[in-house]
Design a protein. Structure first.
Length: 175
């Protein structure tokens, strides 16, 4: 079943996450184990399976990047693996620059300022890419879906950089 249909939502990238959460709670109540305590073991198993599917759908749709992946997959867009190389050499060069920016934080005279600057850089670039991907998904043409797929992969890279920056911040500022 299509996750959007399961929640009674339009099949669009932009969605009301409050409504998503409300429908999720409502759906989970219908398959709660207490409602099936005296039911047959088969009905109990079906309820658990439905609950699992509802959970999977909710987790997928509530996160923008997993939602984008789901939408692109539903549209039949070929999703390259995370390890597949980018044809965008400018982005590859920029990745190296961003990694260098993170590595230079350790030797900075003002670690807090360097972390703040890196965070601002990553946030700004992430937001720009996110808006481009959002527009491409909303356009929903073969070309825009392919471009959205490329930008989604880039956004996942930024997500990993954010995690690295958080770990770096924890290790440098917890001393």
């Amino acid at each position: 079943m299509n996750y959007f249909q399961l929640f009674g939502l339009e099949d669009h990238f932009d969605l009301d996450t409050t409504k998503l959460a409300e429908v999720y709670q409502s759906l989970q109540k219908t398959v709660h184990p207490d409602r099936f305590a005296s039911a047959s073991s088969q009905d109990q198993l079906l309820a658990v399976q439905k609950s699992s599917m509802i959970n999977d759908a909710y987790q997928t749709l509530k996160n923008p990047l997993t939602r984008a992946t789901y939408i692109l997959t539903q549209r039949g867009t070929e999703m390259p693996s995370e390890q597949a190389s980018f044809g965008d050499t400018a982005f590859l060069m920029h990745q190296m620059e961003l990694r260098e920016m993170l590595s230079e934080i350790k030797g900075s005279d003002n670690i807090e300022a360097a972390i703040f600057s890196a965070t601002e850089t990553l946030d700004t670039e992430y937001e720009q890419l996110f808006k481009m991907m959002q527009a491409q998904l909303n356009e929903n043409s073969a070309e825009s879906n392919t471009l959205a797929c490329d930008n989604l992969r880039k956004l996942k890279f930024y997500q990993k950089l954010h995690i690295e920056l958080d770990r770096l911040e924890d290790s440098l500022l917890d001393d």
